[in-house]
Design a protein around this ligand. Structure first.
Ligand code: ADP
Ligand code: MG
Length: 250
């Protein structure tokens, strides 16, 4: 069976600086995996490289979305092929309401719902995320608090129903109630046609979204893989414990 996402020996630079140094990662359909790593290890670089951000230059390796090579696609093709990225720092788009943005995005994916069906769908998803419906008429992320931006990202994910979602530190800046609600949103998509990579540097969100597998990311590559207990180990021992293990192996 083909993988939802397959990353093979991926290398990438930012402004000439090597950041990704041979990333190998496979996610199966239906899996929710966690990618944990310290600040500056290259987690967001991996997320942006997956999405095809022009600032990040791939210098080696391959990525497959299902059976399709991803690197040849531009960002909008990647999105239409089923890849979704929730940004660590969502962009503000003044002048474009959440409603218009989502309707356009769905249309681009060949789902041209009539306005009433669209409204019903969006309101159901907003209710799930305990978002005030008035938000739908606000400009995307414009003046939103950190937590509101994260909920808006998850709303987009629920509407677009991607085959694979990359959530880059969606937990950062959330209070405990927002964290629970956002996690509920992610869990609501769990199923054979959805896979996710939850990027975080804290174990906390993994109390709400139980990962099938946990990857530890350090200095531009994955250095360890395990089950949910690995995340708990990191919480107790810190990344230094992993660094020490690496040093012994080297
Ligand atoms: P993480 O998300 O794990 O905290 P990042 O991927 O954001 O790490 O950063 C990894 C390294 O790449 C850091 O040293 C950071 O300064 C550098 N980097 C990432 N993005 C850029 C960028 N757009 N311009 C310059 N340096 C960058
Ligand atoms: Mg980051």
């Amino acid at each position: 069976m083909s993988k939802a996402l397959r990353i093979q020996d991926l290398k990438a630079t930012v402004e000439g600086e090597p950041i990704l140094k041979g990333v190998n990662l496979e996610i199966r359909p239906g899996e929710i995996c966690a990618l944990m790593g310290p600040n500056g290890s290259g987690k967001s670089t991996l997320a942006y490289t997956l999405m095809g951000h022009p600032k990040y230059t791939v210098t080696g390796g391959e990525i497959y979305l299902g059976d399709r090579p991803l690197l040849a696609m531009d960002p909008s093709e990647r999105s239409q092929a089923g890849l979704f990225l929730a940004f660590q720092y969502p962009h503000e788009i003044p002048g474009v309401t959440i409603t218009n943005f989502l309707r356009t995005a769905l249309k681009a994916r060949g789902r041209d719902l009539d306005i009433f069906d669209f409204q019903d769908l969006m309101e159901a998803k907003m209710d799930l995320l305990e978002m005030d419906r008035a938000f739908a008429q606000r400009y995307l992320n414009d003046g939103f608090s950190g937590g509101e931006k994260k909920r808006a990202e998850i709303l987009q994910m629920l509407m677009l129903e991607p085959s694979i979602a990359i959530l880059d530190e969606t937990d950062s800046g959330l209070d405990v109630d927002a964290l629970r609600i956002v996690s509920q949103g992610v869990n609501s998509l769990r199923g054979p046609n959805f896979a996710a990579l939850v990027i975080t540097h804290y174990q906390r969100i993994l109390d709400y979204i139980t990962p099938d597998r946990v990857f530890i990311f350090m200095d531009g590559r994955i250095v360890q893989e395990g089950g949910p207990e690995l995340a708990k180990y990191i919480e107790q021992e810190g990344y230094d414990a992993i660094r020490a293990e690496q040093a012994v192996e080297a």
